[in-house]
Ligand binder design. Structure first.
Ligand code: ATP
Ligand code: MG
Length: 436
Protein backbone atom coordinates (compact mmCIF):
# COMPACT_ATOMS: atom_id res chain seq x y z
CA UNK A 1 0.00 0.00 0.00
CA UNK A 2 1.18 3.50 -0.77
CA UNK A 3 2.33 5.72 2.07
CA UNK A 4 -0.51 7.58 3.71
CA UNK A 5 -0.56 11.21 2.61
CA UNK A 6 -0.39 13.65 5.49
CA UNK A 7 0.22 17.34 5.98
CA UNK A 8 3.80 18.44 6.54
CA UNK A 9 4.87 18.41 10.18
CA UNK A 10 4.03 21.66 11.94
CA UNK A 11 1.70 22.77 9.15
CA UNK A 12 -2.02 22.56 9.85
CA UNK A 13 -5.26 22.37 7.95
CA UNK A 14 -7.82 24.88 9.13
CA UNK A 15 -11.11 23.09 8.78
CA UNK A 16 -14.76 23.94 9.29
CA UNK A 17 -16.25 24.61 11.77
CA UNK A 18 -12.99 26.01 13.22
CA UNK A 19 -12.36 28.06 10.06
CA UNK A 20 -15.47 30.12 10.94
CA UNK A 21 -13.50 31.50 13.89
CA UNK A 22 -10.71 32.53 11.53
CA UNK A 23 -13.12 34.27 9.17
CA UNK A 24 -14.76 36.05 12.07
CA UNK A 25 -11.40 37.27 13.43
CA UNK A 26 -10.36 38.45 9.98
CA UNK A 27 -13.58 40.38 9.52
CA UNK A 28 -13.17 42.08 12.92
CA UNK A 29 -9.61 43.02 11.92
CA UNK A 30 -10.68 44.43 8.54
CA UNK A 31 -13.35 46.58 10.08
CA UNK A 32 -10.98 47.88 12.74
CA UNK A 33 -8.13 48.58 10.33
CA UNK A 34 -10.42 50.66 8.18
CA UNK A 35 -11.47 52.76 11.20
CA UNK A 36 -7.80 53.40 11.98
CA UNK A 37 -7.20 54.03 8.23
CA UNK A 38 -4.70 51.20 7.76
CA UNK A 39 -4.78 49.88 4.17
CA UNK A 40 -4.24 46.30 3.10
CA UNK A 41 -0.94 45.24 1.53
CA UNK A 42 -0.22 41.79 0.06
CA UNK A 43 3.32 40.77 -0.72
CA UNK A 44 4.59 37.47 -2.18
CA UNK A 45 5.31 34.51 0.07
CA UNK A 46 8.65 33.93 -1.67
CA UNK A 47 11.37 36.57 -1.45
CA UNK A 48 15.09 36.67 -2.10
CA UNK A 49 16.88 35.12 0.85
CA UNK A 50 19.11 38.18 1.20
CA UNK A 51 16.06 40.34 2.05
CA UNK A 52 15.62 38.49 5.34
CA UNK A 53 19.31 38.10 6.07
CA UNK A 54 19.79 41.84 5.70
CA UNK A 55 16.69 42.95 7.59
CA UNK A 56 16.14 40.40 10.35
CA UNK A 57 19.88 40.04 11.03
CA UNK A 58 22.40 37.30 10.49
CA UNK A 59 22.67 36.17 14.10
CA UNK A 60 19.00 35.76 14.91
CA UNK A 61 17.17 32.48 15.53
CA UNK A 62 15.12 33.00 12.41
CA UNK A 63 18.00 33.49 9.99
CA UNK A 64 20.38 31.11 11.71
CA UNK A 65 18.13 28.09 11.78
CA UNK A 66 14.46 28.65 11.05
CA UNK A 67 14.14 29.72 7.43
CA UNK A 68 12.74 27.57 4.63
CA UNK A 69 15.23 28.48 1.94
CA UNK A 70 16.11 26.82 -1.33
CA UNK A 71 17.92 27.44 -4.54
CA UNK A 72 15.55 27.94 -7.41
CA UNK A 73 16.26 26.32 -10.76
CA UNK A 74 18.27 28.58 -13.03
CA UNK A 75 16.26 30.00 -15.88
CA UNK A 76 17.63 30.41 -19.40
CA UNK A 77 19.39 33.70 -18.83
CA UNK A 78 20.12 33.96 -15.15
CA UNK A 79 21.80 32.23 -12.28
CA UNK A 80 19.83 30.16 -9.83
CA UNK A 81 18.30 32.38 -7.16
CA UNK A 82 18.31 31.83 -3.41
CA UNK A 83 14.71 32.13 -2.26
CA UNK A 84 13.06 31.97 1.14
CA UNK A 85 9.48 31.50 2.28
CA UNK A 86 8.79 34.58 4.35
CA UNK A 87 9.31 33.98 8.09
CA UNK A 88 7.70 37.37 8.85
CA UNK A 89 6.26 40.19 6.77
CA UNK A 90 7.87 43.45 7.88
CA UNK A 91 10.91 42.99 5.65
CA UNK A 92 8.70 42.33 2.63
CA UNK A 93 6.53 45.36 3.41
CA UNK A 94 9.60 47.56 3.62
CA UNK A 95 10.87 46.14 0.34
CA UNK A 96 7.53 46.70 -1.39
CA UNK A 97 7.17 50.22 0.00
CA UNK A 98 10.69 51.11 -1.17
CA UNK A 99 10.49 49.38 -4.52
CA UNK A 100 7.18 51.07 -5.34
CA UNK A 101 8.13 54.42 -3.84
CA UNK A 102 4.99 54.43 -1.69
CA UNK A 103 6.31 57.10 0.66
CA UNK A 104 6.70 59.72 -2.08
CA UNK A 105 3.71 61.72 -0.83
CA UNK A 106 4.00 61.11 2.90
CA UNK A 107 3.57 58.36 5.45
CA UNK A 108 1.60 55.18 4.89
CA UNK A 109 -0.40 53.02 7.25
CA UNK A 110 -0.57 49.40 6.11
CA UNK A 111 -1.79 46.05 7.37
CA UNK A 112 -1.44 42.44 6.23
CA UNK A 113 -2.68 38.98 7.11
CA UNK A 114 -1.21 35.71 5.99
CA UNK A 115 0.93 32.63 6.50
CA UNK A 116 4.57 32.79 7.68
CA UNK A 117 7.07 29.93 7.77
CA UNK A 118 9.67 29.04 10.38
CA UNK A 119 11.30 25.66 10.93
CA UNK A 120 10.77 25.51 14.69
CA UNK A 121 9.98 22.61 16.98
CA UNK A 122 6.19 22.26 16.66
CA UNK A 123 4.26 22.50 19.93
CA UNK A 124 1.17 24.25 21.25
CA UNK A 125 1.24 27.83 19.92
CA UNK A 126 4.32 27.19 17.80
CA UNK A 127 4.01 25.88 14.28
CA UNK A 128 6.03 25.76 11.08
CA UNK A 129 3.35 27.41 9.03
CA UNK A 130 1.60 29.94 11.21
CA UNK A 131 -0.36 33.10 10.53
CA UNK A 132 0.28 36.67 11.39
CA UNK A 133 -1.76 39.80 11.18
CA UNK A 134 0.42 42.88 11.19
CA UNK A 135 0.09 46.65 11.13
CA UNK A 136 2.90 48.94 9.99
CA UNK A 137 3.05 52.75 9.93
CA UNK A 138 5.90 54.05 7.78
CA UNK A 139 7.07 57.63 7.54
CA UNK A 140 6.00 58.80 11.02
CA UNK A 141 8.55 59.53 13.74
CA UNK A 142 6.51 60.51 16.80
CA UNK A 143 5.41 58.39 19.77
CA UNK A 144 1.77 59.19 18.94
CA UNK A 145 1.93 56.61 16.14
CA UNK A 146 3.46 54.03 18.50
CA UNK A 147 0.50 54.82 20.78
CA UNK A 148 -1.99 54.61 17.90
CA UNK A 149 -0.74 51.14 17.00
CA UNK A 150 -0.91 49.92 20.59
CA UNK A 151 -4.42 51.38 20.96
CA UNK A 152 -5.40 49.62 17.75
CA UNK A 153 -4.29 46.31 19.26
CA UNK A 154 -6.12 47.08 22.52
CA UNK A 155 -9.29 47.84 20.54
CA UNK A 156 -8.87 44.56 18.71
CA UNK A 157 -8.66 42.61 21.97
CA UNK A 158 -11.79 44.41 23.15
CA UNK A 159 -13.77 43.65 19.99
CA UNK A 160 -12.67 40.02 20.08
CA UNK A 161 -13.58 39.74 23.75
CA UNK A 162 -10.00 38.94 24.78
CA UNK A 163 -9.28 39.91 28.36
CA UNK A 164 -6.32 37.93 29.68
CA UNK A 165 -3.45 40.04 28.38
CA UNK A 166 -0.91 42.44 29.71
CA UNK A 167 1.23 44.95 27.87
CA UNK A 168 4.98 45.12 28.42
CA UNK A 169 6.97 48.01 27.03
CA UNK A 170 10.61 49.02 26.83
CA UNK A 171 12.82 51.38 24.88
CA UNK A 172 15.88 50.15 23.01
CA UNK A 173 17.07 53.71 22.43
CA UNK A 174 19.23 54.58 19.44
CA UNK A 175 22.15 52.63 17.96
CA UNK A 176 24.85 54.78 19.70
CA UNK A 177 23.16 54.29 23.05
CA UNK A 178 22.90 50.58 22.43
CA UNK A 179 26.59 50.40 21.51
CA UNK A 180 27.61 51.90 24.87
CA UNK A 181 25.31 49.57 26.75
CA UNK A 182 26.52 46.62 24.71
CA UNK A 183 30.13 47.15 25.75
CA UNK A 184 29.16 47.28 29.43
CA UNK A 185 26.85 44.30 29.07
CA UNK A 186 29.56 42.15 27.45
CA UNK A 187 31.95 43.14 30.24
CA UNK A 188 29.41 42.15 32.88
CA UNK A 189 28.56 38.84 31.20
CA UNK A 190 32.25 38.01 30.72
CA UNK A 191 32.81 38.49 34.44
CA UNK A 192 30.10 35.88 35.04
CA UNK A 193 31.03 33.59 32.15
CA UNK A 194 30.70 30.53 34.39
CA UNK A 195 26.96 31.21 34.75
CA UNK A 196 26.25 31.43 31.02
CA UNK A 197 24.55 28.57 29.25
CA UNK A 198 25.74 27.35 25.89
CA UNK A 199 23.44 29.58 23.87
CA UNK A 200 24.42 32.63 25.88
CA UNK A 201 28.10 31.90 25.37
CA UNK A 202 27.50 31.66 21.64
CA UNK A 203 25.62 34.99 21.66
CA UNK A 204 28.04 36.81 23.94
CA UNK A 205 29.82 38.70 21.19
CA UNK A 206 27.33 38.42 18.34
CA UNK A 207 24.03 39.40 19.96
CA UNK A 208 24.47 39.92 23.73
CA UNK A 209 21.20 41.85 24.06
CA UNK A 210 19.32 38.67 23.23
CA UNK A 211 20.85 36.99 26.28
CA UNK A 212 18.68 39.29 28.44
CA UNK A 213 15.65 37.62 26.85
CA UNK A 214 16.68 34.12 27.99
CA UNK A 215 14.01 31.79 29.29
CA UNK A 216 16.56 29.66 31.18
CA UNK A 217 15.56 29.84 34.89
CA UNK A 218 19.17 29.27 35.96
CA UNK A 219 20.20 32.55 34.35
CA UNK A 220 17.44 34.80 35.68
CA UNK A 221 19.43 36.17 38.61
CA UNK A 222 22.33 36.92 36.30
CA UNK A 223 20.29 38.81 33.72
CA UNK A 224 18.35 40.64 36.43
CA UNK A 225 21.62 42.08 37.69
CA UNK A 226 22.88 43.05 34.23
CA UNK A 227 23.33 46.70 33.16
CA UNK A 228 19.99 48.03 31.94
CA UNK A 229 19.75 49.57 28.49
CA UNK A 230 17.29 52.18 29.76
CA UNK A 231 20.06 53.67 31.92
CA UNK A 232 22.09 54.45 28.79
CA UNK A 233 19.40 56.39 26.96
CA UNK A 234 19.82 60.10 26.27
CA UNK A 235 17.22 62.83 26.73
CA UNK A 236 15.64 62.45 23.27
CA UNK A 237 15.14 58.71 23.54
CA UNK A 238 13.71 59.09 27.02
CA UNK A 239 11.35 61.84 25.86
CA UNK A 240 10.00 59.56 23.14
CA UNK A 241 9.41 56.82 25.71
CA UNK A 242 7.77 59.23 28.18
CA UNK A 243 5.55 60.52 25.37
CA UNK A 244 4.33 57.02 24.61
CA UNK A 245 3.68 56.24 28.27
CA UNK A 246 1.71 59.47 28.77
CA UNK A 247 -0.55 58.65 25.80
CA UNK A 248 -1.15 55.12 27.05
CA UNK A 249 -1.96 56.48 30.51
CA UNK A 250 -4.36 59.07 29.08
CA UNK A 251 -6.20 56.19 27.41
CA UNK A 252 -6.30 54.01 30.48
CA UNK A 253 -4.13 51.33 28.88
CA UNK A 254 -2.26 49.49 31.62
CA UNK A 255 1.39 48.73 30.87
CA UNK A 256 4.43 47.44 32.70
CA UNK A 257 7.98 48.49 32.02
CA UNK A 258 10.14 45.46 31.24
CA UNK A 259 13.78 46.58 30.93
CA UNK A 260 14.70 43.15 29.56
CA UNK A 261 12.28 43.16 26.67
CA UNK A 262 14.47 43.14 23.54
CA UNK A 263 12.63 41.34 20.70
CA UNK A 264 14.08 38.60 18.52
CA UNK A 265 14.79 40.63 15.42
CA UNK A 266 17.70 42.99 14.98
CA UNK A 267 16.02 45.95 13.41
CA UNK A 268 14.22 47.56 16.34
CA UNK A 269 15.01 50.88 18.09
CA UNK A 270 13.20 53.11 20.63
CA UNK A 271 9.79 51.68 21.59
CA UNK A 272 9.34 47.92 21.73
CA UNK A 273 6.32 46.17 23.20
CA UNK A 274 4.66 42.81 23.67
CA UNK A 275 1.18 41.72 24.58
CA UNK A 276 1.59 38.67 26.80
CA UNK A 277 -0.73 36.17 28.45
CA UNK A 278 -0.09 33.63 31.20
CA UNK A 279 -2.70 31.24 29.87
CA UNK A 280 -0.79 29.73 26.94
CA UNK A 281 2.22 28.28 28.72
CA UNK A 282 5.59 29.33 27.41
CA UNK A 283 4.12 30.51 24.07
CA UNK A 284 2.59 33.49 25.85
CA UNK A 285 3.38 36.36 23.48
CA UNK A 286 0.32 37.02 21.35
CA UNK A 287 1.46 40.25 19.69
CA UNK A 288 4.81 41.99 19.45
CA UNK A 289 6.30 45.02 17.78
CA UNK A 290 8.24 48.20 17.95
CA UNK A 291 10.00 50.95 16.05
CA UNK A 292 12.39 50.25 13.21
CA UNK A 293 13.49 53.72 12.14
CA UNK A 294 16.59 52.58 10.25
CA UNK A 295 15.27 49.60 8.33
CA UNK A 296 13.90 51.47 5.31
CA UNK A 297 17.25 53.15 4.72
CA UNK A 298 19.10 49.92 5.38
CA UNK A 299 16.97 48.26 2.69
CA UNK A 300 17.99 50.92 0.19
CA UNK A 301 15.09 53.35 0.58
CA UNK A 302 15.15 57.04 1.43
CA UNK A 303 15.46 57.23 5.23
CA UNK A 304 12.02 56.96 6.85
CA UNK A 305 11.03 56.16 10.43
CA UNK A 306 8.60 53.30 10.96
CA UNK A 307 6.79 51.32 13.63
CA UNK A 308 4.62 48.20 13.61
CA UNK A 309 3.45 45.03 15.27
CA UNK A 310 2.49 41.50 14.34
CA UNK A 311 0.13 39.18 16.16
CA UNK A 312 0.06 35.40 16.04
CA UNK A 313 -3.40 34.36 14.85
CA UNK A 314 -3.15 30.80 16.23
CA UNK A 315 -2.20 32.09 19.68
CA UNK A 316 -4.95 34.71 19.75
CA UNK A 317 -7.55 32.09 18.77
CA UNK A 318 -6.11 29.64 21.28
CA UNK A 319 -6.44 32.25 24.01
CA UNK A 320 -10.03 32.98 22.99
CA UNK A 321 -10.81 29.27 23.28
CA UNK A 322 -9.05 29.14 26.61
CA UNK A 323 -11.38 31.94 27.75
CA UNK A 324 -14.38 29.87 26.64
CA UNK A 325 -15.35 31.93 23.60
CA UNK A 326 -18.07 30.22 21.60
CA UNK A 327 -17.46 28.94 18.12
CA UNK A 328 -19.53 30.84 15.56
CA UNK A 329 -22.06 28.36 14.13
CA UNK A 330 -22.94 29.37 10.61
CA UNK A 331 -26.33 27.91 9.65
CA UNK A 332 -28.18 28.50 6.39
CA UNK A 333 -31.44 30.42 6.37
CA UNK A 334 -33.10 27.66 4.41
CA UNK A 335 -32.67 24.08 3.21
CA UNK A 336 -34.10 22.97 -0.14
CA UNK A 337 -35.89 19.61 -0.04
CA UNK A 338 -36.11 18.16 -3.56
CA UNK A 339 -38.21 14.98 -3.83
CA UNK A 340 -37.76 14.48 -7.57
CA UNK A 341 -34.59 15.01 -9.62
CA UNK A 342 -36.67 16.10 -12.63
CA UNK A 343 -37.47 19.38 -10.90
CA UNK A 344 -33.80 20.31 -10.29
CA UNK A 345 -33.51 22.82 -13.16
CA UNK A 346 -36.47 24.76 -11.75
CA UNK A 347 -35.20 24.38 -8.18
CA UNK A 348 -31.78 25.78 -9.07
CA UNK A 349 -33.41 28.82 -10.69
CA UNK A 350 -35.36 29.56 -7.54
CA UNK A 351 -32.30 29.07 -5.29
CA UNK A 352 -30.23 31.34 -7.50
CA UNK A 353 -32.85 34.08 -7.13
CA UNK A 354 -33.00 33.60 -3.35
CA UNK A 355 -29.23 33.86 -3.02
CA UNK A 356 -29.19 36.97 -5.18
CA UNK A 357 -31.67 38.41 -2.68
CA UNK A 358 -29.26 37.66 0.17
CA UNK A 359 -30.71 34.43 1.51
CA UNK A 360 -28.37 31.53 2.32
CA UNK A 361 -29.78 28.23 1.11
CA UNK A 362 -28.36 24.76 1.24
CA UNK A 363 -29.51 22.50 -1.58
CA UNK A 364 -30.16 18.86 -0.85
CA UNK A 365 -27.84 16.79 -3.00
CA UNK A 366 -27.74 13.00 -2.78
CA UNK A 367 -24.42 11.29 -2.21
CA UNK A 368 -25.06 8.56 -4.76
CA UNK A 369 -25.41 8.45 -8.55
CA UNK A 370 -28.41 10.10 -10.27
CA UNK A 371 -30.04 6.74 -10.96
CA UNK A 372 -30.36 6.13 -7.23
CA UNK A 373 -32.70 9.11 -6.88
CA UNK A 374 -32.84 12.01 -4.41
CA UNK A 375 -33.44 9.96 -1.27
CA UNK A 376 -36.57 9.74 0.89
CA UNK A 377 -38.36 12.83 2.22
CA UNK A 378 -37.64 11.56 5.71
CA UNK A 379 -33.89 11.48 5.15
CA UNK A 380 -34.01 14.90 3.47
CA UNK A 381 -35.85 16.43 6.40
CA UNK A 382 -33.32 14.90 8.73
CA UNK A 383 -30.59 16.69 6.81
CA UNK A 384 -32.58 19.92 6.77
CA UNK A 385 -32.81 19.71 10.53
CA UNK A 386 -29.12 18.90 10.93
CA UNK A 387 -28.11 21.87 8.80
CA UNK A 388 -29.50 24.27 11.41
CA UNK A 389 -31.67 26.00 8.79
CA UNK A 390 -34.73 27.91 10.03
CA UNK A 391 -36.85 26.99 6.99
CA UNK A 392 -37.28 24.03 4.69
CA UNK A 393 -38.22 24.82 1.11
CA UNK A 394 -40.18 21.89 -0.26
CA UNK A 395 -40.11 21.64 -4.01
CA UNK A 396 -42.79 18.93 -4.25
CA UNK A 397 -44.55 17.96 -7.47
CA UNK A 398 -47.92 19.39 -6.36
CA UNK A 399 -46.41 22.72 -5.27
CA UNK A 400 -44.39 23.10 -8.47
CA UNK A 401 -47.49 22.34 -10.57
CA UNK A 402 -49.04 25.48 -8.99
CA UNK A 403 -45.88 27.50 -9.68
CA UNK A 404 -45.05 27.54 -5.96
CA UNK A 405 -42.74 26.22 -3.30
CA UNK A 406 -43.80 25.28 0.25
CA UNK A 407 -41.92 27.16 2.99
CA UNK A 408 -41.95 25.27 6.28
CA UNK A 409 -40.59 26.80 9.49
CA UNK A 410 -38.25 24.33 11.22
CA UNK A 411 -37.35 26.12 14.42
CA UNK A 412 -40.58 27.88 15.36
CA UNK A 413 -43.31 26.32 17.52
CA UNK A 414 -46.02 23.98 16.15
CA UNK A 415 -48.34 26.97 15.51
CA UNK A 416 -45.99 28.27 12.80
CA UNK A 417 -47.65 27.17 9.61
CA UNK A 418 -46.23 26.12 6.28
CA UNK A 419 -47.00 28.64 3.50
CA UNK A 420 -46.97 28.47 -0.27
CA UNK A 421 -44.85 31.08 -2.01
CA UNK A 422 -44.93 31.88 -5.76
CA UNK A 423 -41.77 31.01 -7.69
CA UNK A 424 -42.36 33.99 -9.98
CA UNK A 425 -41.99 36.46 -7.10
CA UNK A 426 -39.00 35.25 -5.15
CA UNK A 427 -37.70 38.77 -4.53
CA UNK A 428 -40.96 39.65 -2.75
CA UNK A 429 -40.85 36.89 -0.12
CA UNK A 430 -37.09 36.23 0.07
CA UNK A 431 -36.70 38.73 2.91
CA UNK A 432 -39.04 36.72 5.14
CA UNK A 433 -36.42 33.94 5.20
CA UNK A 434 -33.51 36.09 6.33
CA UNK A 435 -32.24 36.24 9.88
CA UNK A 436 -34.20 39.04 11.61
P1 ATP B 1 8.52 33.74 20.19
O1 ATP B 1 9.34 34.42 21.22
O2 ATP B 1 7.26 33.16 20.73
O3 ATP B 1 9.30 32.77 19.35
P2 ATP B 1 8.98 35.73 18.19
O4 ATP B 1 9.67 36.81 18.91
O5 ATP B 1 9.76 34.78 17.36
O6 ATP B 1 8.04 34.90 19.19
P3 ATP B 1 7.75 37.56 16.28
O7 ATP B 1 8.72 37.27 15.22
O8 ATP B 1 7.79 38.84 16.99
O9 ATP B 1 7.77 36.34 17.34
O10 ATP B 1 6.28 37.31 15.71
C1 ATP B 1 5.13 37.97 16.22
C2 ATP B 1 4.12 36.99 16.79
O11 ATP B 1 3.91 35.91 15.91
C3 ATP B 1 4.56 36.31 18.07
O12 ATP B 1 4.32 37.14 19.18
C4 ATP B 1 3.69 35.09 18.10
O13 ATP B 1 2.39 35.40 18.58
C5 ATP B 1 3.60 34.73 16.64
N1 ATP B 1 4.55 33.65 16.31
C6 ATP B 1 5.87 33.73 16.10
N2 ATP B 1 6.40 32.54 15.78
C7 ATP B 1 5.36 31.66 15.77
C8 ATP B 1 5.24 30.25 15.49
N3 ATP B 1 6.28 29.51 15.14
N4 ATP B 1 4.02 29.69 15.59
C9 ATP B 1 2.93 30.42 15.94
N5 ATP B 1 2.99 31.74 16.20
C10 ATP B 1 4.17 32.36 16.12
MG1 MG C 1 10.59 32.90 17.74
Amino acid sequence: MADKLTAVKGMNDILPPESARWEWLESVVRSLMSRYTYRNIRTPILEHTRLFVRSIGEVTDIVEKEMYSFEDRADKHGDAEHLTMRPENTASVVRAVTENNLLYDGGKRLYYMGPMFRRERPQRGRYRQFHQIGAEALGFAGPEVDAELILLAVALWRELGLTDWRLEINSLGQPEERAQHRAQLIGYLEQHADQLDEEARRRLHSNPLRILDTKNPAMQALVNGAPRLIDFLGAQSLAHFEGLKAMLDANGVPWTFNPRLVRGLDYYNLSVFEFVTDRLGSQGTICAGGRYDYLVEQMGGKPAPAVGWALGVERVLELLKEQGAELPQPAPDAFAVVPDAASLPQVLRCLQALRTAGVSVQMHAPAGAAAEGMGSMKSQFKRADGSGARFALIFGEAELAQGSVAVKPLRAGPEAAQVLQPLAEVAVWAQTLRQP
